[in-house]
Design a protein around this ligand. Structure first.
Ligand SMILES: [Zn+2]
Length: 294
């Protein structure tokens, strides 16, 4: 009898020890998880850095080549690359450096960030890459235009402000000469005169991004609010309209197309007009390559 009680006690105390051990293990796991998630990189990116998206086009094009070579998702890679560089890289890398520094460490880089932190940025890049299917100037006019990254440059009409877009200039400076086509599928949300943009057209894509084409000389017939457009559909012709409350005013600056892109994003409730330049160069490069194949 005595022996039995002892055994029972022994058994009970072992059970207790076992429970205690499980409790300690669970606690350790929780502590580890908390520590690990705190260790993950908190994204400390200012919205103005995101907006100005100063990643060199040459590097982006190299990234795309590498993504294809390693069968990686280009938009995801570009988002991680941009974040790693705080949306600003002014040095042109050679392809070996990108492979050495970025691809080799890609898994580690990805594991540094929490999914919920990184996701809005990946979505921004993904939506832009998916939306923009063609360059806004159709093929055949490659020698007629020129553009550079002028995002953030000073503008004075309507008060001192920053240029929140890309200007594609007509080399010959002739109104109504170069056609403008929609870069994306979408629905015409705004069309007509506005003071700064002149004759402008704004198209909302299904991702919610808004694509703005300003200073047009004329609109394509039948374009109106609510019209469904496909990427490549003609919107009108390049001009120099705007900078006046008087409809039809033109010639206050050289003939060009102003492209603006307002993002749909969960990052902020304020308007974000992202720099279109890198995305224009990506699509221009792609369209030129496609035309070479065809
Ligand atoms: Zn502009």
């Amino acid at each position: 009898m005595k022996k039995y009680t002892y055994y029972k006690k022994y058994k009970n105390s072992n059970k207790l020890k076992f429970k205690y051990l499980i409790f300690v293990i669970i606690l350790l796991i929780i502590i580890f998880l908390i520590f690990d998630s705190n260790n993950k990189n908190k994204l400390n990116i200012s919205l103005s850095n995101l907006e100005s998206f100063k990643i060199s086009s040459q590097n982006i094009i190299k990234l795309e080549d590498i993504a294809n070579k390693y069968n990686l998702i280009f938009y995801e890679m570009l988002a991680y690359y941009a974040i790693e560089n705080n949306f600003f890289d002014d040095k042109e890398l050679n392809i070996d450096d990108i492979e050495k520094e970025f691809i080799i460490n890609y898994k580690n880089i990805k594991s540094k960030y929490k999914k919920k932190d990184i996701e809005p940025y990946i979505n921004i890049v993904k939506n832009l890459i998916e939306d923009i299917k063609v360059f806004p100037i159709p093929s055949g006019y490659e020698k007629d235009y020129v553009y550079s990254d002028s995002y953030g440059a000073e503008r004075n009409y309507g008060g001192k402000r920053e240029h929140k877009g890309t200007d594609i200039m007509d080399r010959e400076n002739i109104e109504g000469r170069i056609p403008v086509v929609s870069m994306t599928d979408g629905i015409v949300e705004n069309i007509g005169w506005n003071e700064k943009g002149g004759y402008r057209i704004g198209i909302k894509s299904k991702t919610g991004n808004y694509y703005y084409y300003a200073h047009l000389d004329s609109f394509e017939e039948n374009m109106q609010k609510g019209t469904k457009v496909l990427a490549g559909d003609k919107l009108g012709y390049m001009g120099s309209t705007g900078y006046s409350k008087v409809e039809g005013t033109k010639g206050k600056f050289p003939v060009h197309l102003h492209i603006g892109i307002e993002l749909e994003t969960t990052l902020t409730n304020n308007e974000i007009w992202i720099n279109p330049y890198p995305f224009l160069t990506i699509i221009e490069n792609k369209n030129i390559n496609e035309n070479k194949i065809n």
